[in-house]
Design a protein around this ligand. Structure first.
Ligand code: NAP
Length: 259
């Protein structure tokens, strides 16, 4: 299927690895020019170079912490009002409800709520003027089924979800869609870090910890960044203009909701 977005320009934040990279690669495969971002310059450069040589699109890299105003303004300057915005940032650490203080919550809110909101506020007005735009926020299955050890993530992402639910409906008439993609467990560094936490907590091997988490997923495996990226590219396509304000689960069936 031709997604009809060849020649569009996309900003994908936190995209040198994992799900962000999956989204960047899937958009590039459709002929979309990219601005990519991550904190670590080396991995970012490597990912950008691989995309340029594989897909022949233009890729601009901007190294920096997207949760800071400084990096955001550099990223937004170079992205120069993109047609497509995919927001992503690292997830907060796991823990117990008693572990977290105000600073921890502010950090999580900055990364997983206020940063995507700031990026949308910067990019959506020009999309509306043009009469076309696509925004996809990478959130988490924890929005539908909160995960006990991820209290910081549960809290911050719930806030973003509420904001998107209203905002998506305020901008849809201008041809701009905003949707959230909710990953269940995917095979990335983040998943390995969480497996490592389980293995330490339970005193078991990493492979055993992974097998235990795989067993909780009806598909009996982790998702891949390529599958995730393909779903993101579809939401950014010409065909997805009537999908507005949705929270789309990609979780192998892990969250069991009848509606
Ligand atoms: P990942 O494999 O650890 O990759 C994270 C990417 O984001 C890397 O490129 C990283 O590069 C970049 N990054 C992290 N923090 C950043 C920051 N502050 N500014 C700019 N770039 C940043 O993570 P992932 O698994 O793809 O997860 C992506 C998001 O989905 C996270 O919020 C995670 O919590 C959520 N999620 C993931 C899963 C899963 O199973 N994988 C499930 C549910 C939700 P640098 O470190 O160099 O900055």
């Amino acid at each position: 299927m031709d997604l009809g977005i060849k020649g569009k320009r996309a900003l994908v934040t936190a995209s040198s690895k994992g799900l962000g990279l999956g989204c960047a690669r899937a958009l590039a495969a459709e002929g979309v020019d990219l601005v990519m971002n991550a904190r670590g310059a080396d991995a970012l450069q490597e990912a950008a170079e691989a995309i340029r040589s594989e897909f022949g699109v233009s890729v601009t890299e901007v190294a920096g912490d997207i949760t800071t105003e400084d990096a955001r303004s550099r990223v937004l300057d170079l992205a120069d009002h993109p047609d497509i915005l995919v927001t992503n940032a690292g997830g907060p650490p796991p823990g117990m409800w008693t572990d977290w203080n105000r600073d921890d919550f502010i950090k999580a809110l900055d990364a997983n709520m206020l940063t995507p909101i700031a990026l949308m506020k910067a990019c959506v007005p020009t999309m509306m003027e043009r009469g076309w735009g696509r925004v996809v926020n990478i959130t988490s299955q924890s929005v539908k089924s909160p995960i006990p050890v991820l209290g910081l993530s549960n809290s911050a992402r719930a806030g973003l979800t509420g904001y998107v639910a209203g905002t998506a409906r305020q901008v849809a008439s201008a041809g701009v869609t905003i949707n959230n993609l909710l990953p269940g467990i995917h095979d990335t560094d983040r998943a390995t870090a969480l497996d490592t936490g389980v293995s330490k907590e339970k005193g078991i091997d990493l492979s055993e910890a992974r097998a235990g988490r795989e067993a909780t997923i009806p598909a009996r495996r982790y998702g891949t960044a390529a599958e995730f990226g393909a779903a993101c590219a579809f939401l950014c396509s010409q065909h997805a203009g009537f999908i507005v304000g949705q929270n789309v689960l990609l979780d192998g069936g892990a969250v069991n909701l009848s509606m």
